[in-house]
Design a protein around this ligand. Structure first.
Ligand code: DAH
Length: 338
């Protein structure tokens, strides 16, 4: 009996020392200490032994059990160390490998120019207003002193949705909407999308304008010149020559178009400026008394100026883009340059 206990103990400890994984160690534990193990069978059969032998064999079995448990614990620590080393080796990251590289986006050139223009006017004290892109004939035309059947309506090739409802052809209707609701003094810019039935290298059926107007008592043409000159110098460069040229718009009187010296030849004359040396950038003028009448202002008491510019055109001039379609095709090879 004693011999048998000794054999089991030696064999168990050998198997434990030789086991190579935590899983096989667990198998060994079940085999030598589990419910069906030889040691447990021995303990159960103690009753069949002569009573004087029982204590001796009993304590031998218990010693063997403790020795096996001790062997299991120390082998477990060794195996856990080995498995951890293997895991670390398998999960190793080579930090010297080149990275995958994240493609960084950039804002669209139109977004950039629009933001720059807005910033300049916000610093000058203007506030931003918005209006709907689907407009009524009244706000787009009549309220702005562009009367039905007047030839000036042809200045805007309009997309009509139905009688009376159209896609706004300019941002000027926001003037009427704001003045109807608010009393002067007002200094407002209205950026937004506009639509015209027009399409070639420099015209897109959808494009962007920035409208602006300022109304108070005693606003003069000098104020208009001061604000717009300052804007254009911030936009195109402090030294840029700027000129005001008489023009006509139904909603302003007098009206002026404003030019900057050509961005390509700086005034010498080239293909871009059609040999004139100048590029037309915006329309402007003193708000017509009929517009004030339409919004219920007293044209004797208030005065103001207004202006409107094409953001797409400014972006094309600033970045030397020769086809407006590039701004709308979302070709990454183009957009990534900004
Ligand atoms: N609405 C005009 C256009 O789309 C631009 C314009 C000209 C706006 C003169 C104005 C202005 O406010 O005073 O062609």
């Amino acid at each position: 009996m004693e011999e048998k206990v000794r054999q089991i103990r030696e064999q168990a400890i050998k198997v434990i020392h030789e086991s190579q994984s935590l899983a096989s160690l667990d198998e060994a534990r079940i085999r030598y200490l589990g419910k069906k193990s030889a040691l447990l069978e021995l303990l159960k059969s103690l009753g069949t032994l002569p009573s004087e032998e029982r204590p001796k064999i009993g304590s031998l079995v218990n010693e063997a059990k403790e020795a096996i448990e001790q062997a299991l614990r120390s082998r477990k620590i060794v195996l856990m160390g080995i498995e951890q080393k293997q895991r670390i080796a398998a999960e190793k990251i080579d930090v010297t490998l080149p990275g995958k590289g994240i493609r960084r986006g950039s804002s669209h050139p139109l977004t950039q120019v629009m933001a720059e223009a807005k910033d300049i006017f916000l610093r000058l004290g203007f506030e931003i207003a918005e209006g709907p892109e689907i407009e009524t004939e009244y706000y787009n035309f009549d309220g702005l002193n562009i009367l039905p059947h007047h030839p000036s309506r042809d200045m805007w090739s309009t997309f009509f949705i139905k009688d009376d409802v159209l896609l706004r052809t300019h941002t000027s209707p926001v003037q009427i909407r704001v003045m109807e609701k608010h009393k002067p003094p007002l200094a407002i810019i209205a950026p937004g999308r506009v639509y015209r039935c027009d399409s070639d290298a420099t015209h897109s059926p959808v494009f962007h304008q920035l409208e602006g107007f300022l109304v108070d008592n005693k606003v003069t043409f000098g104020d208009l010149k001061g604000v717009l000159t300052d804007f254009l110098r911030q936009m195109f460069g402090q030294e840029k020559p700027v000129r005001f040229r008489p023009s006509y718009f139904p909603f302003t009187e007098p009206s002026a178009e404003v030019d900057v010296a050509c961005v390509l030849c700086n005034g010498k004359g080239c293909r871009l400026c059609k040999e004139t040396g100048w590029l037309e950038i915006l329309g402007s003028g003193m708000i017509d008394p009929n517009v004030f009448k339409a919004v219920g202002y007293d044209a004797e008491k208030v005065s103001g100026f207004a202006f409107g510019m094409g953001i797409d055109r400014i972006a094309m001039l600033k970045y030397g883009i020769d086809n407006i379609r590039l701004l709308y095709e979302n070709d990454l090879r183009f957009l990534e340059q900004f």
